[in-house]
Design a protein around this ligand. Structure first.
Ligand SMILES: Cc1cc2nc3c(=O)[nH]c(=O)nc-3n(C[C@H](O)[C@H](O)[C@H](O)COP(=O)(O)OP(=O)(O)OC[C@H]3O[C@@H](n4cnc5c(N)ncnc54)[C@H](O)[C@@H]3O)c2cc1C
Length: 386
């Protein structure tokens, strides 16, 4: 294997090139990204940059660190197509030949067709560093914010805005799943937002714009906001691969180890892994890192033998939400611990055979440790909270 090309220089791509070198790969390594500037990660965008923090805090490393490990980094270089049999990556100007290719192009903010007109009229999304800088500048104590989408990202944006004193409205459908938690914790989320002063609207809404403000009508209720953010999910950045590889709505289809085709692997948000759809870590940084390490091992001939347990966390209004394992459809969500008011703090996700396949906790590190320790074991009735 003499030339490995990695497309996408965020957490998946950067972890992959670093791991290859750590594992002793001494061939040529090229890392390219469509965006200009140094590689960066996304978690600080909602947790620091929206709070007014320096956007440079999101940097993963500087370009000299890549140079030091012999990686040719090419920012501002979008890949536009792929010849799998000929092992050539198509760029805007010419082809790049590879022996192994790692697809790490991640995802973009999803904007369904009925909402594109809102973007045209100035609504924000949050995916890139530029998005975060623009949204942070729009948030101020005197201005109102409306967030469309009550999943993890929408909830993090609400949490950041509230902590900056921004009057905030959350437009969320009831029953909406909390991202990878697939309903395990959703019944606690909307009450938490309300307790922090957020106006939560769960009815069908009509959004219009006039006199420089957004107007949100929901039945008899009306809200106004200066800034609107659409946070309704992500779309895998795989459109450029549709002619050459199996691509579905969740990304490039690959086997359970990330292999797509001979010489081609996929990691992170762009990878639709066999069996991985219900991992709690799907579309998270933790998954991108774990998959990148695994694929680097496969390319370097040093495969990882211990499977990684999927893991997810988020901080919402200061409450740490955690989950591990899988939450597929049809499982039972069994509360384990409750707080003094009787609300569940930790959960075991139990499959039809009675085996614990997932664990989740709400603001309870102890509860999470307890639930996580049960993964892969039969649920014992005596541990179940009444
Ligand atoms: C605001 C925000 C906060 C988040 N917070 C958390 C968190 O707290 N915890 C957590 O686990 N996860 C979090 N996530 C999710 C996490 O950031 C993603 O799961 C992770 O970034 C996926 O990494 P990736 O490398 O697969 O893809 P991405 O981070 O999407 O990176 C893909 C890269 O590929 C480049 N690219 C795309 N198309 C092309 C092309 N055709 N040619 C060349 N380059 C291309 C892009 O420019 C980009 O740099 C958050 C996401 C967001 C948006």
């Amino acid at each position: 294997m003499s030339h490995v090309v990695v497309v996408g220089a965020s957490v998946g791509g950067v972890t992959c090139v670093q791991s290859l070198r750590e594992l002793g790969f001494d061939g040529d390594l090229t890392l390219l990204d469509a965006e200009d500037g140094p590689p960066y990660q996304r978690p600080p965008l909602s947790k620091e940059v929206l709070l007014g923090g320096d956007a440079a805090h999101a940097d993963l490393l500087d370009e000299s660190a890549l140079e030091a490990i012999g990686v040719e980094f090419r920012p501002g270089t979008p890949a536009v197509g792929l010849d799998v049999a000929g092992r050539r990556l198509r760029l805007a100007h010419g082809d790049l030949r590879f022996d192994a290719l790692v697809l790490a192009t991640g995802a973009a903010a999803a904007v369904p067709a009925p909402l594109t007109n809102l973007i045209e009229r100035g609504a924000h999304v949050l995916r890139t560093r530029g998005d975060a800088v623009a949204l942070a500048a729009a948030l101020g104590p005197g201005s109102g914010l409306a967030v469309l989408g009550g999943g993890v990202l929408g909830s993090e944006i609400v949490s950041a805005a509230v902590s900056r004193g921004v009057p905030t409205t959350l437009l969320a459908r009831t029953g909406q799943t909390l991202g990878p938690l697939r309903g395990a914790l959703v019944q606690r989320l909307l009450p938490l937002h309300r307790s922090r002063g957020v106006a939560v609207q769960t009815d069908r809404t009509r959004i219009s714009r006039g006199a420089g403000r957004w107007r949100i009508d929901a039945g008899a209720a009306r809200h106004v906001a200066d800034t609107l953010v659409i946070a309704v999910g992500v779309r895998a950045a795989a459109g450029w691969l549709e002619r050459s590889l199996p691509v579905g709505p969740n990304g490039v289809r690959c086997d359970s180890r990330g292999r797509v085709a001979p010489g081609v692997w996929a990691v992170g948000d762009v990878a639709d892994r066999a069996g991985g759809r219900y991992d709690v870590s799907r579309n998270t940084q933790a998954a991108a890192v774990a998959q990148a390490r695994e694929v680097a091992g496969a390319i370097a001939g040093d495969p990882l033998r211990v499977p990684v347990v999927p893991y997810f966390w988020s901080d919402l209004h200061g409450v740490r939400v955690q989950a591990a394992g899988r939450i597929p459809p049809g499982v039972r969500i069994q509360p384990l611990d409750r707080d003094d008011a009787g609300a569940p703090l930790a959960f075991a996700v139990v499959d039809a055979d009675g085996t614990v396949v997932g664990a989740a906790a709400w603001g309870s590190a102890r509860g999470f440790r307890r639930a996580r320790a049960m993964l892969g074991t039969p649920l014992e009735q005596e541990v179940v909270a009444r």
